[in-house]
Design a protein around this ligand. Structure first.
Ligand code: CP
Length: 342
């Protein structure tokens, strides 16, 4: 970043750009930046969440008008380091970083020296030696981002793009952003999370974000897919769909994570469909205005019917994906923008 834009900006886009930059200097934004990393939503204070949502709102208004680079983080380099596959998260972080003007290294793990036994800490150290300012990491092991921290220098941020069953903070934030865009504040709203909650980092990050914001969070799954301690997280658990869906404002369906299943957690996918698959008929148990979210990728016909997934009068799935870009722009801007303009 070279100079603060003139207050004499006149076009709507210039005004939005100015507001976007200024949103990075609120107390909440500065507090978030002092934390340096984004590892989970449980680390976020209320004013930090407010700042991220405000900045993402401005980012969305900007990218609706123009997809051109904002040239704000031109001296920054970010690396996406995905040890697990991704369509949405990686692409939207890449797009978000480039829209902010940063340069991006998308490390291809399958052709990297990880295949020769390089550790995640050595991979991170190598990227930092190359000049990276932020490492956006996804890994199948819970706590993989925390493992990096002792060897991360103070000028580098780590963003958790999903670690095992533990956390996926930007997904939680974009789910919140999407629900707020559709229904305003989540305070007092009934939000039912349905599906494979035990293996879901998305569910954990959503719960850790939504409960402190005053949402009325319910969880519904087969008993073997409800995690221990769910009640202590401030969530009302259910095995039956009806009480979970009754009067719900939002339903967050989760993917059946067959790759993380131990044998025997559910009797069969057919049994799961009979009792827990969401369809139009079951969604009628919720409020008439209910909206459906799903972090993706979806297993069509398992956790929800294709007809429901594709019904844009109910489904917010595509909106969630597109909101991933402004939300990740907000996270990157707030973490990487200099504390003062140079
Ligand atoms: N929601 C989500 O994390 O999707 P991807 O695995 O495609 O990134």
């Amino acid at each position: 970043m070279t100079s603060k834009p003139s207050s004499a900006s006149t076009t709507p886009l210039e005004s939005l750009r100015t507001a976007f930059i200024e949103s990075a200097y609120t107390d909440g934004a500065k507090s978030f930046r002092r934390g340096r990393h984004l590892l989970d939503t449980s680390d976020l204070a209320h004013d930090e969440v407010d700042s991220l949502i405000e900045t993402a709102t401005l980012a969305k208004r900007i990218i609706r008008r123009s997809k051109a680079s904002l040239d704000l983080l031109t001296d920054k380099v970010v690396a996406t380091v995905f040890f697990e596959n991704s369509t949405r998260t990686r692409s939207s972080f890449d797009l978000a970083a480039r829209t902010l003007g940063a340069r991006v290294i998308n490390l291809d793990i399958s052709t990297s020296s990880v295949t020769k036994g390089e550790t995640i800490n050595d991979t991170a150290a190598t990227l930092i030696a190359l000049g990276v300012d932020a490492i956006i990491q996804r890994h199948s092991a819970s706590g993989a981002c925390h493992q990096l921290l002792p060897t991360i220098p103070s000028h580098v941020s780590v963003i958790n793009a999903g670690d095992g069953w533990n956390a996926h903070p930007t997904q939680g934030l974009l789910d919140l952003f999407t629900m707020m865009e559709v229904g305003g504040s989540v305070e007092g709203k009934k939000i039912a999370i349905v599906g494979d909650i035990k293996h879901s980092r998305v569910a954990r990050s959503n719960i850790r974000l939504l409960v402190p914001l005053g949402a009325n969070v319910h969880a519904c799954a087969p008993p073997s897919l409800l995690p221990e301690g769910i009640t202590e997280m401030g969530v009302i658990p259910h095995v039956d769909l009806a009480p979970a869906l009754e009067n719900a404002d939002f339903v967050i369906a989760l993917r059946m994570q067959t790759e993380r299943q131990q044998q025997g957690l559910i009797t069969s996918l057919d049994d799961y469909r009979k009792l827990w698959r969401l369809d139009h008929s079951r969604m009628k148990m919720a409020k008439p205005t209910v909206r459906l979210l799903h972090p993706g990728p979806i297993n069509r016909g398992v956790e929800l019917t294709p007809e429901l997934a594709d019904d844009i009068s109910i489904s917010l799935i595509n909106l969630q994906v597109s909101n991933g870009v402004p939300v990740r722009m907000a996270a990157l801007l707030l973490l990487l923008v200099p504390e003062v303009f140079k």
